[in-house]
Design a binder for this molecule. Sequence first.
Ligand code: AMP
Length: 218
Amino acid sequence: MNIIFLGAPGAGKGTQAEIVSRRFGIPTLSTGVILRDAIKKETVMGTVASGYVASGKLVPDDIVIGIIRDRLQDCDCKDGFILDGFPRTVPQAQALEDMDVKIDAVINIEVPDKSIVTRMSGRRACPSCGATYHIKYKPSADSIHCDNCNGELTVRHDDQPEVVLDRLMTYHEQTAPLIGYYESRGKLKTVIGQAEVGDTTDLTFKALEEFKFPEKKD
Ligand code: AMP
């Protein structure tokens, strides 16, 4: 099955995508993670993307579409995948259709802007492996180091409150129209993001069950 997680930055789509990915044994493709990795490695793409990411603006469509087009060729995507943070604009969604990528389900995680700003202030990230945590909702074992690689957790530059407000504005202007786009195709279910991660997960799986996925053929 091919699933998209939609939602404002900080709504919890990355966390839910990871959980669903583990449960279904399919990979999560996160454009944010791929872009941050390219920025860290100072690749040509990373250098172009860095200014956009740092200011909370969207990286140009052709770059992110290229990332996803390449990544979808990898063999781990053949039994399904989860898209986290892509598409973020209507042209990106249209590009997926042009690639003949069939989307089975779109889960839209809805959280009010006010709660997003509060949540983002508690977000922590591992600069080494990209894992994300939250000081209250999803702390690492010692709240300081990454559980995966022991890297020291930091606040991402684009999680600073002033950048978060820009990211939210970008979300409402450019990404929120995708809700109507997928609703009109009968693909979208909205999950109200809860204070507890586990409660949002329960609602996410309930929403996914409402999509009748074809049985997996072995
Ligand atoms: P995220 O980790 O998904 O919140 O993404 C972090 C940043 O990467 C965003 O604020 C954008 O600057 C950039 N980005 C990630 N995904 C996309 C996308 N699909 N289109 C354009 N820019 C993106």
